[in-house]
Design a protein around this ligand. Structure first.
Ligand SMILES: Nc1ncnc2c1ncn2[C@@H]1O[C@H](COP(=O)(O)OP(=O)(O)OP(=O)(O)O)[C@@H](O)[C@H]1O
Length: 461
């Protein structure tokens, strides 16, 4: 995703047709696009009255018991498809490789899982689908949704062999997974790239039967120097795009034309790959209200406290930047620790105060997220490890105690709230900045096309 000089995108541009349609014309367009274009851009969210239900879209593709479970209000209860599901699933069911590019919280996970359940054969004992994720936390979340969909609800169903889902994630028990992989390969594997490639290189994990490969948060993985070479091997050397369906997903695909071009050139996908781009003119969910408060570095803590007292958020995430190497060497306490201490000592709200950062051990990280998910109010102090993919639908407030480094990071942090697809309840993203940082925030506003309102604010001492 890094811009390169003299890069020739001509061949992908000639394959690519960007078409903007409004809601009522989308379905007609989708049908036409099924046979031709490779870059589909849709404009409006929400569903009109004539929209098909999720069940109708899945009919004939996904096993009936699963769509029933997914769509019945007494069970999971997804009656209407989100826009990425409505636009993406027809392409996926028709066997096209896809880049699913849609806002945070728009249901991309269910989109690719429904594709997986449409192609796997549970009678076969082989790994048939592989989902690659950037973090252990996101992996556990995706595994949970996949297992929920795979669970057999009735005794009759229990007679049939069920689909098994293995989480092969950093910090897991690789030895136990090795025996499991050999004795009875699972149908679906959710993996972080490091653990996965280690097992592939040791010939313990085989991709011969893989029919679907999903790379979630694809731009993050391609941008990570730690992951990119493994990722490229996985896409082009360890398996061939001809023998599988390849799906990329993210709310941000910077330079998507260049990426489409690379997908085809590098044989990461087949040449008729489709870029399904939902809400291209509105990268952030509309239900987000963005604000900023200007203060000095010295009054940042007090400003945050005052904001929390006045907002009284039931559930919120406070994002903090990573501690610099210089600050570590100087023996300073990390900002996360200072903030946790501050909140525990001075915040008067009733929310549970929790921490999630990369330096914690995996068990403590899991414990924090488990507590957050168990309901009740929470204030989660987190680094960017919580910014990608984590789905905590009860979150109503995001605080950027430190500004994110890039507009893309802003988009993903902000997108940890506003995650109920058919709700228009306003959620708030608040940036605590110094006056020197104001121009950075303005750059993000321009890039991501949102408006940030200044909050004039009296610090309560
Ligand atoms: N059709 C649907 N109807 C109602 N809710 C849905 C539907 N599909 C998904 N959801 C819910 O929407 C929320 C967000 O979904 P998901 O985590 O897949 O978002 P995402 O698009 O992957 O976001 P991100 O880019 O942040 O990873 C989840 O809580 C999920 O249960």
């Amino acid at each position: 995703f890094q811009p390169q000089q003299n890069h020739n995108c001509k061949s992908s541009s000639s394959l690519t047709t960007t078409i903007n349609f409004t809601d009522s014309r989308l379905r007609r367009h989708s049908r036409a696009a099924l046979s031709s274009s490779s870059d589909v851009t849709t404009r409006e969210a929400g569903s009109g009255n004539s929209s098909p239900t999720l069940r109708e879209i899945c009919q004939g593709h996904v096993p009936e018991d699963l769509t029933r479970k997914c769509c019945r209000t007494e069970e999971i209860g997804y009656v209407l498809p989100t826009e990425i599901q409505r636009e993406g699933l027809p392409f996926l069911f028709s066997g096209r490789d896809c880049i699913l590019h849609a806002q945070t919280g728009s249901g991309k996970t269910l989109t690719y899982l429904l594709l997986i359940f449409s192609v796997i054969n549970t009678q076969r004992s082989a790994v048939q689908a592989l989902i690659v994720v950037p973090t252990r936390e996101l992996g556990m979340q995706v595994t949970k949704v996949a297992r929920m969909l795979a669970a057999k609800p009735t005794e009759n169903d229990l007679e049939q062999k069920s689909c098994t889902v293995m989480a092969l994630l950093d910090g897991g028990m690789l030895r136990r997974h090795r025996s499991w992989l050999k004795a009875e390969p699972p149908t679906i594997v959710v993996a972080t790239i490091g653990s996965l490639c280690h097992l592939i290189e040791k010939h313990i994990f085989k991709l011969d039967s893989m029919r679907v490969l999903v790379i979630d948060e694809v731009d993050f993985l391609f941008n990570s120097s730690k992951h990119v070479s493994y990722l490229k091997k996985l896409l082009a050397s360890y398996s061939s795009c001809k023998n599988r369906l390849t799906v990329f997903a993210s709310a941000s695909i910077p330079q998507h034309r260049r990426f489409l071009h690379d997908c085809i050139q590098q044989k990461w996908t087949k040449s008729d790959v489709v870029h399904v781009h939902v809400n291209s003119i509105q990268p952030l969910p509309l239900c987000l209200h963005h604000r900023f408060v200007i203060c000095s570095k010295e009054t940042k803590h007090q400003t945050l406290l005052s904001l929390l007292q006045s907002d009284a958020p039931e559930s919120g995430i406070i994002f903090v930047g990573d501690q610099s190497e210089k600050s570590k060497k100087a023996g300073n306490a990390p900002s996360t620790t200072l903030l946790i201490d501050l909140l525990k000592n001075s915040y008067e709200g009733s929310s549970e105060i929790l921490l999630l950062e990369e330096d914690m051990n995996f068990n403590s990280r899991a414990a924090s997220l488990l507590e957050v998910r168990q309901g009740g109010g929470y204030l989660l102090v987190a680094t960017d490890i919580a910014a990608r993919g984590i789905d905590l639908p009860e979150t109503t407030h995001i605080y950027n105690f430190d500004l994110p480094r890039t507009a893309v990071d802003y988009l993903h942090r902000a997108g940890r709230t506003g995650r109920k697809p058919f709700s228009d309840k306003k959620c708030t993203v608040t940036n605590i900045i110094t006056s020197e940082e104001q121009f950075v925030l303005q750059r993000y506003e321009n890039e991501l096309k949102f408006n940030c309102e200044e909050l004039t604010f009296q610090i309560q001492c």
